[in-house]
Design a protein around this ligand. Structure first.
Ligand code: PFF
Length: 444
């Protein structure tokens, strides 16, 4: 259970609640959803198994496993890539985690909902103005981003991951329950059908290469694969953990959260008529959800509860991202844990500052049409994660010790696995080919 909880903690986070609806909105709704589901099943689960195999067999950090298994060969370079990806992802993810903390804080003080409640339109106008203060200004989002960094540092140095795991063991199931309650709420709203239809009935003419590339990126992002996070966590797994069962459960739960979030967000968007206001993808959830809460009896209670749960979900993800580099520094460079955490986090904070400001005074500063925040997301999610993923896949499928994959998947022959041959086939042929083709199109 601990293994599943920790891996689930890493996988389920802002990727499902904040990034998924924004991507679905930008990529045509149901068509994107369908591709995303296909990617999770065909590529996500096998890729998780690749990382789990490598981590548990090598019992080391993402560079260390290659130093152990392939001494003197350049395979460890994929570890370097993974560390770069974790740096870039943390550089924008912490900002959104900061927004979550900011919304939580302002729900507690009551500032978020102050002056709302006259009518649906007036409430939305107030909430939109608050979003401007909380996200699109310079000062307060920056402060919350820095606070969130410090909380992560405290957890990582204090080694209180065990405590976090225990807390999230209670809060994660609660998160599912609260999402289910919100689903019931929003699905009964007037006009919900229109949003739901958009989210669930696919229009295949909307599928372009961009949709495919983005669905693949979202799969890697939401399952924490392609940057050695699962390698690092699996290096701590006991020998009797069933890898396939764990990967399937984590992937399905992550998918379920994304689906439930979609069922909350899109019906609300149509019910509140939020489409007219030109909602920007990144801010979709932070504008929509407070509108939903403001309509429910016990607004403050639901708002505090939800943002607390989301914050913990985000925290268990960021701790796992930073751990990739911390484990590397501790094991390879032999520095103390505290020093490793500080050295890892400083460059992340620098990126975090620029990402946060890219919603404020740096919003006009763009490279290739993207703000700094969007650029980090694009490079890490659509380029580095699939690149790391494909190399890991090719290594485990073709170059690793012949028996490694089968031994890890069957716990050295102790458990029978019906689909073993199919999984090995996907890892050797299907996954590298599909990811390779999609990546070539990304570059084109
Ligand atoms: N999977 C996390 C989420 O969906 O929020 C984000 C993430 C965590 C990405 C860890 C990558 C990673 F290594």
């Amino acid at each position: 259970m601990g293994v599943i909880a920790a891996t689930l903690g890493s996988a389920v986070g802002l990727g499902n609640v904040w990034r998924f609806p924004a991507e679905a909105q930008a990529n045509g709704g149901a068509a994107f959803l369908l591709l995303y589901i296909a990617c999770v099943i065909i590529l996500g689960v096998p890729m998780m198994l690749v990382e789990m195999t490598l981590g548990r067999h090598g019992r080391s950090d993402v560079v260390g496993v290659f130093k152990k298994l392939e001494p003197g060969k350049p395979w460890w370079g994929v570890g370097a890539l993974a560390i770069l990806a974790s740096l870039l992802i943390t550089g924008f993810y912490m900002v959104v985690e900061g927004w979550t903390a900011e919304y939580l804080w302002n729900s507690i003080t009551g500032a978020l909902y102050e002056g709302t409640g006259e009518s649906v339109a007036q409430t939305d106008a107030v909430l939109k103005a608050r979003m401007g203060e909380y996200i699109n200004s310079d000062f307060s989002p920056l402060i919350f981003t820095l606070v969130v960094f410090m909380i992560n540092v405290g957890i990582l140095i204090g080694g209180v991951q065990k405590g976090i795991e225990r807390v999230s063991n209670i809060l994660m199931p609660m998160f599912f329950v609260v999402l289910a309650i919100l689903c019931c709420m929003t699905l009964s709203l007037d006009g919900a059908g229109e949003g739901l239809r958009w989210f669930l009935s696919p229009d295949f003419s909307l599928i372009t290469w961009d949709t495919v590339v983005n669905a693949l990126g979202q799969t890697f992002f939401s399952l924490s694969i392609g940057m050695g996070c699962i390698v690092t966590y699996a290096s701590y797994y006991p020998d009797n953990t069933r890898l396939t069962g764990t990967a399937v459960i984590v992937a399905m739960m992550s998918l379920l959260v994304a689906l439930m979030v979609g069922c909350v967000i899109f019906p609300s968007v149509t019910h509140f008529g939020l489409t007219d206001h030109g909602l920007a993808g990144s801010t979709l959830v932070f504008r929509t959800l407070p509108n939903v809460f403001s309509m429910m009896p016990g607004t403050t209670f639901w708002s505090i509860l939800f943002f607390t749960l989301l914050f913990v979900a985000a925290l268990t993800s960021t701790v796992s991202m930073v751990e990739v580099t911390v484990a590397f520094m501790q094991e390879r460079l032999k520095v103390s844990r505290a020093k490793a955490v500080v050295l890892t986090v400083v460059p992340m904070i620098v990126l975090g500052i620029f990402s946060s400001l890219s919603f404020g005074s740096l919003s006009d500063f763009t490279i290739a049409g993207k703000t700094f925040f969007d650029l980090l997301d694009f490079i890490a999610t659509n380029l580095l994660l699939p690149l790391g993923g494909i190399i890991l896949c090719i290594y485990v499928g073709w170059f690793a010790p012949k028996t490694m994959l089968r031994e890890q998947l069957t716990n050295h022959g102790r458990t029978r696995l019906l689909l073993l041959n199919a999984i090995v086939f996907i890892i050797r042929y299907v996954a590298p080919l599909l990811i390779g083709v999609i990546m070539v199109f990304t570059f084109i």
